[in-house]
Design a protein around this ligand. Structure first.
Ligand code: FAD
Length: 381
């Protein structure tokens, strides 16, 4: 394990070692096949559930493993290094359960989180709409009181796990006059009449981590409202602070896999009587990749440390996500370059890793949105 993770407890180290073995034996070997077939990563999620990873973001009171934010960062990296599709489905589940943990009532937490932690229930987080991605306050989905409950109506798009999840946390407008203060969150169980997920989108990468358009026109009971009315936007933003550190972890894990692949290839490939790794140009490429990866990891650790301390860490999470996603793009592209023409074929994992990584600069707030957040914080100081 990287020496940077010296703050982990003995128990957390053992957890990460166990996870590394499980991912190497039961998840990574399926990554190429999953990419080819595009089958949803059900089995891999089952393996992670057995390992306790589905509740790694939750406290023990709600059935989670209660690990520190730094251990969670390391654990997500480990899964990401093995399979991008699996880690994207896993972290989408975290966005859903974090929504309940942060915004739900005690009864809602007790009803859902223990089952979500064991994998008995898989979650999805539905914020984005066709005309509201970077600015979710523009959302059109509406929830109005109907009888003793709510009528929830709208369309959500690009929702990871949306069509396979047992429950979806849906964000909708309850008071249009109040802009972002008029947004609330709702728990929408699978199979609710009027809840119709479309087929999975045909994406460039993460082919086993499906994203769906969700058409919703449902009656929901009163207690489907997550926590208090009007708190949804705040909940979503707090969830995304956590989520952005987890995206950074996804990037770091996948970039580590790209660097490892490039190192291996450079040592094996002989050109002009010497290994590629002996050529200064290639060594400098490897060095730059290592530096970028280290910088990304340090920034993600800083965000995780601040999360652990209970401080506001919106700026640190945005910086970590921005740095890690851009660094991972550079690392994967350079790793592919080192592979030459072979890197452009499906015979080597770098082709898949490069495609899987591309979305990291877009989802959970694009690089431009992260820059807006960072600039906002800098200018407010
Ligand atoms: C594989 C995948 C999985 C996803 N999973 C989920 C999920 O589980 N739940 C969920 O709710 N959403 C999910 N999303 C949606 C994702 O978060 C959005 O696609 C993302 O936030 C960008 O929104 P958009 O696509 O509408 O782009 P737009 O908002 O239309 O942006 C288009 C471009 O304009 C730029 N831009 C926008 N505003 C500004 C600005 N103010 N300044 C400068 N540039 C700007 C953007 O950076 C981008 O480059 C997923 C998307 C994908 C593709």
């Amino acid at each position: 394990m990287s020496g940077l993770f010296h703050m982990l407890s003995e128990e957390e180290r053992l957890f990460c070692d166990m996870l590394e073995r499980i991912v190497a034996e039961r998840i990574a070997p399926k990554a190429a096949e999953t990419d080819e077939t595009g089958a949803f990563v059900h089995d891999q999620i089952g393996v992670l559930a057995e390992a306790g990873m589905l509740g790694a973001n939750l406290p023990e009171d709600f059935g989670g493993s209660g690990v520190s934010a730094q251990a969670l960062l390391r654990a997500v990296e480990i899964v990401a290094a093995g399979c991008g599709s699996t880690v994207s489905a896993l972290t989408a589940h975290y966005l859903a359960t974090d929504s309940i943990l942060i915004g739900g009532t005690e009864a809602q937490k007790l009803a859902v989180l223990p089952k979500a932690a064991t994998g008995e229930m898989l979650g999805a987080f539905a914020l984005t709409e066709p005309t509201a991605g970077s600015d979710p306050a523009e959302m059109k989905a509406r929830a109005v009181r109907e009888g003793d409950g709510w009528r929830l109506k709208g369309t959500k798009c690009f929702i990871s796990n949306g069509g396979v999840a047992d429950f979806v946390v849906v964000y909708a407008v309850t008071d249009p006059e109040a802009r972002h203060r008029g947004i609330s969150a709702f728990l929408l169980p699978k199979g609710t009449p009027g809840f119709e997920p479309g087929p999975p989108e045909k994406t460039m990468g993460l082919k086993g981590g499906h994203v769906f358009t969700l058409n919703i026109d449902c009656h929901l009971p009163k207690n489907a409202l997550l926590g208090a009315e009007g708190q949804g936007f705040r909940t979503a933003m707090n969830v995304l602070d956590n989520g952005r550190v987890e995206v950074a972890a996804q990037c770091i894990g996948m970039a580590q896999a790209a660097l490892d692949a490039a190192k291996f290839y450079a040592q094996e490939r002989v050109i002009g009587g010497e290994a590629l790794s002996a050529k200064q140009g290639i060594r400098w490429m490897l060095a730059d990749m290592g530096v970028e990866l280290q910088a990304a990891r340090l920034m993600a650790l800083e965000a995780a440390r601040r999360r652990e301390l209970g401080e506001r860490f919106t700026d640190a999470a945005a910086m970590a996500k921005l740095k890690a996603s851009e660094a991972a793009g550079m690392v994967a592209d350079t790793a592919l370059q080192i592979h030459g023409g072979y890197g452009y074929t499906r015979d080597f994992p770098i082709e898949r890793i490069t495609r899987d990584l591309r979305i990291m600069r877009i989802y959970e707030g694009s690089s431009e949105i992260q820059r807006n957040i960072v600039a906002g914080h800098l200018l407010a100081q």
